[in-house]
Design a protein around this ligand. Structure first.
Ligand code: UYC
Length: 229
């Protein structure tokens, strides 16, 4: 291996997420030898808790779309790096696919649909949630959805990210809206075109929770036992 590739490999295995993400971006420009290093990294990750770094490596191999990377992913990560746990037999593979391709707007719509499915057929029909339904969501399902968002957004999106910001502003909703780009001064961000559907968005920008019917739903989400630790 060249000096360069050896350096990138140790950067990929360093303990700084920023450095690791940079190494991934460089390795994908290094042809097959770079991809081999990413495959080696993900092989060693198989028993580890998924992270934004393993998510980013998965996406790099997915996007490379070569026979070798396809075969590797199909064999070792057929449903991605995040275990798609559900207590109620829900299928989070479509959400994983949208997020792995960074289709954040489609993923956002799918997230609302998945949450409505968790709440039951009445919620699927109305396509919005009551906070009392959110309280009954299984921990495993909310953790799966949140982990998918976090792992496939370089750690920028997800309910745990929103919760951390919300706690950081002393649970002040107006401050949260400003920080995550849902409101500026006195104006709500307009759905959908006012929102930023890529990683240039502020931390915690996605997934969206419509505030048209009040803040009790997002409050129930951010207070859910799935996210307290
Ligand atoms: N929308 O403004 N939103 C919709 C947001 C509000 C409104 C959907 C988020 C303020 C209407 C999503 C914000 C408001 C509809 C979001 C936001 C408002 C709609 C699609 C910033 C007016 C049409 C899914 C907080 C002042 C549908 C869904 C309807 C849709 C998200 C209006 C994801 C984060 C208070 C009229 N908005 N929403 O829920 O339900 O329908 O009538 O939050």
């Amino acid at each position: 291996l060249s000096m360069d590739l050896n350096q990138l490999r140790s950067q990929l295995n360093s303990d700084s997420q920023t450095q690791q993400l940079k190494a991934i971006a460089s390795l994908v420009t290094q042809g097959e030898l770079g991809l081999d290093i990413l495959i080696e990294f993900l092989t060693n990750q198989q028993t580890q808790t998924p992270t934004p770094v393993s998510g980013q490596v998965y996406q790099a191999l997915y996007t490379a779309n070569l026979p070798k990377t396809k075969e590797f992913l199909e064999t070792h990560f057929p449903t991605g790096v995040v275990p798609l746990n559900s207590l109620v037999g829900a299928d989070y593979f479509p959400l994983q696919q949208e997020l792995a391709q960074q289709n954040f707007q489609a993923a956002d719509l799918l997230t609302l649909r998945n949450l409505c499915e968790l709440a039951g057929s009445a919620a699927v029909k109305r396509n919005w949630l009551y906070f009392s339904e959110v309280d009954r969501f299984p921990v495993a399902d909310l953790q799966t959805i949140d982990t998918l968002w976090r792992v496939h957004s370089q750690g920028q999106f997800g309910y745990t990210v929103q919760r951390e910001i919300w706690l950081g502003v002393g649970k002040n909703w107006d401050k949260l809206w400003q920080k995550i780009g849902w409101r500026s001064d006195r104006t709500w961000t307009r759905y959908p075109q006012g929102f930023t559907w890529d990683l240039s968005a502020p931390r915690g920008h996605l997934p969206l929770s419509n505030q048209l019917r009040g803040r009790r739903v997002i409050e129930a989400l951010l207070n859910h036992p799935a996210f307290d630790k």
